[in-house]
Design a protein around this ligand. Structure first.
Ligand code: IMP
Length: 425
């Protein structure tokens, strides 16, 4: 039996979670798997994410809306752990209406999802340099949520309360952001939210209740944005995002307990990182440039060039522990084609002492030296391979090496950007 069908069909619920610093190619795998699920749910993050899906000659880039939206017969959802910039949501919905003429999935939004307000964007942009944030107001929005100063999308249902909350927050920001005008914000947000909530495809719900009621009869796919090392708690703090992309985020980002949940870890065949912070296997040489160019490693959201380096297995093992990974999808294997030798970090030395386990601690990371094993590369084009046996010997050996080192089966192997350029096992 193909292992992936086992993972999927014996278990009605699956979370897709990045194991590295994001951009592992989740959009394509979610899109590929979406047809097997009834509900596709985003549980954290906002429009700091970027998913690109290529179908034939059509390219779709989403920042907020789940990648499964292209399937008309599915239900796409934004959970309470997501933060919503209404301007972005209107743009994505308008674009979908235009290109697909309404033929896309319904979108259910949890009433408790917090709104990204103009003061969040302004505050993020004034402090973004150290962390290298996307400048979309994500961190400030979560900060206000934690400080109990957030505005939820459901607050819009009570117009007087919504108006009062905006006036209060503009007043609270008057020293730092004197140019904010409550009446303009109220008018703009009323226009945007009315547009969203009157869209015939959109519903405002208690998502936990909806999903819990469906859990014995429907399959749910949880689509993580960002990744394990960007998790606020388990990532490389402080160089992280402000939400929980790890599996714990599924519960607090939806409001129910998904029975029989399995987790599929997304592992890019090498490592990339956008933004600042330590990166033990980073390559600042011609090989790093080769990976960046061949892998088109430029951000979907900000267009920033991603830093590139060798695959780091202690990171994957760490993600396995934090998320209880059931299997992995190994993406972008084709990008390595043409390299004579491929290095893989198998363990670390931290301050000269052997350390088999990844530590997200900032000081440890700054003193981490990877211990590499070198594998032989391949030159054959692998983009047409659809079976594992069709890969060149050295590419198979690379995959098997990763599986052995992590104890995780690579159930999907990406050999090109198209939805179909995937080996399933
Ligand atoms: P924020 O999420 O905009 O607050 O940015 C915090 C950190 O997370 C920065 O280093 C960003 O570059 C990084 N980040 C946020 N979203 C993504 C993503 O989708 N892929 C990769 N990095 C991301």
């Amino acid at each position: 039996m193909i292992y992936y069908t086992y993972v999927l069909f014996k278990n009605p619920n699956l979370a897709i979670i990045g194991t590295q610093w994001g951009d592992e190619g989740k959009g394509k795998i979610v899109d590929l798997l979406a047809k097997k699920f009834d509900y596709i749910v985003r549980y954290q993050g906002g429009n700091n994410a970027g998913h690109t899906i290529i179908i034939g000659k059509e390219k779709f880039a989403f920042h907020l809306i789940p990648s499964g939206i292209l399937y008309e017969d599915k239900n796409c959802c934004l959970g309470c752990g997501v933060v919503i910039d209404p301007q972005v949501l209107v743009e994505e919905l308008t674009n979908l209406e235009k290109r697909l003429n309404g033929k896309f999935a319904p979108l259910l939004i949890d009433k408790k999802a917090n709104l990204i307000m103009p003061w969040h964007i302004a505050r993020d942009q004034s402090t973004m340099t150290k962390i290298g944030t996307t400048g979309r107001g994500i961190g400030s929005c979560y900060t206000d949520q934690t400080a109990r100063r957030g505005i939820q999308i459901g607050d819009f249902l009570n117009k007087n309360y919504f108006k009062k909350r905006i006036e209060e927050e503009v007043e609270n920001h008057k020293t730092r952001l004197p140019s904010l005008k409550a009446d303009i914000i109220i008018r703009t947000y009323t226009r945007l939210l009315t547009k969203i909530l009157t869209n015939r495809k959109v519903g405002l719900v208690d998502l936990g209740e909806v999903l819990d009621a469906k859990q014995s009869s429907k399959n749910i796919l949880f689509e993580g944005a960002q990744a394990t090392l960007l998790d606020l708690r388990f990532g490389t703090y402080p160089y992280v995002t402000s939400s929980h992309p790890t599996v714990g985020g599924v519960l607090i980002g939806t409001g129910f307990f998904p029975q029989n949940l399995k987790t599929l870890g997304l592992v890019k065949a090498y490592t990339t990182r956008v933004g600042n912070g330590p990166f033990p296997t980073e390559l600042s040489d011609a090989t790093g440039k080769f990976l960046q160019k061949n892998g088109h490693e430029f951000g979907t959201t900000t267009g920033r060039a991603r830093r590139c380096g060798w695959l780091d297995l202690p990171i994957v093992r760490y993600a396995k522990r934090v998320n209880g990974l059931s299997a992995i999808a190994l993406t972008k294997l084709d990008v390595l084609t043409g390299l004579k030798k491929i290095k893989v970090a198998v363990s670390y030395k931290i301050n000269g002492t052997s350390a088999p386990v990844f530590s997200p601690n900032q000081t440890d990371l700054e003193n981490t030296v990877p211990v590499y094993e070198t594998l032989a590369g391949w030159t054959e084009d692998i983009t047409a391979a659809r079976k594992f046996s069709e890969l060149p010997k050295n590419a198979r050996a690379y995959v098997e090496f990763i599986e052995k080192q992590t104890g995780l089966k690579a159930t999907f192997i990406g050999v090109g950007p198209d939805r179909d350029q995937t080996i399933k096992r």
